[in-house]
Ligand binder design. Structure first.
Ligand SMILES: [Zn+2]
Length: 214
């Protein structure tokens, strides 16, 4: 396979990109100067060097060099921020949803990133999202000191069939834990309009959705 075909194949696997768009990307790259291609290759090569997965919320985040010491926990700036309300946990599907909510500056709790969604009729949902990690995280928090204990879980899933299905699955899986610790479960989606995705939600809509969550 030549480089053009190989790159088309690679780009075709990107979310939302079909073979035709992938081909367009490759021909666009061919028109660029060598320096621009080297810069792109450099950033791709280094993308994961300074990036870690947060031990708490599971998001990808940029490591600060000071926190890179051997053995120190990898916790992102949201999870390590003591001024945030650690008793409210918002569960989101992807990193991009977390970023979108953060950008809107309306939510001061903490997050957990599921890392995907559960399609309807999925036979092995536990392989699609980090449900085991989520249970461990909540159990660990409940065993800690008072101000870290989770009192409310907000299902911040997309308000579409797959998002709803994901939310239902998470709520069902967490039921024994939420019953045991009397954690309230609320849905963000009820304040959003049908089909809404967190990624594209603006500040006012999010503010309303948070206010009207139930
Ligand atoms: Zn985190």
């Amino acid at each position: 396979m030549n480089s053009i075909d190989k790159l088309i194949e690679i780009f075709s696997k990107f979310p939302g990109i079909g073979p035709r768009q992938a081909r367009r990307f490759v021909y666009h790259l061919l028109t660029r100067a060598n320096g621009a291609l080297e810069e792109l290759a450099y950033h791709i090569k280094n993308l994961k060097v300074d990036i870690a997965v947060c031990d708490d919320c599971q998001r990808f985040f940029q490591l600060h060099h000071t926190s890179k010491q051997e053995g120190s926990p990898h916790v992102c700036d949201v999870c390590s921020n003591k001024t945030r309300d650690h008793t409210i946990l918002m569960i989101v599907q992807r990193d991009i949803d977390l970023e979108s909510v953060e950008k809107n500056d309306e939510f001061n709790g903490i997050y957990f990133v599921l890392g995907g969604s559960v399609p309807i009729l999925e036979k092995e949902p536990e392989k699609r999202i980090r449900i085991k990690k989520l249970k461990e995280f909540i159990n660990l928090r409940q065993a800690q000191d008072k101000e870290q204990k989770i009192k409310e879980i907000i299902l911040g899933v997309n308000w579409n069939p797959e998002g709803e299905n994901t939310g239902d699955y998470v709520a069902k899986e967490l039921k024994s834990i939420t019953d045991k610790y009397k954690i309230k479960i609320t849905h963000l989606g009820k304040g959003l309009s049908m089909g809404a995705e967190l990624e594209y939600t603006d500040s006012d809509t999010l503010k309303n959705a948070l206010k009207n969550r139930s």
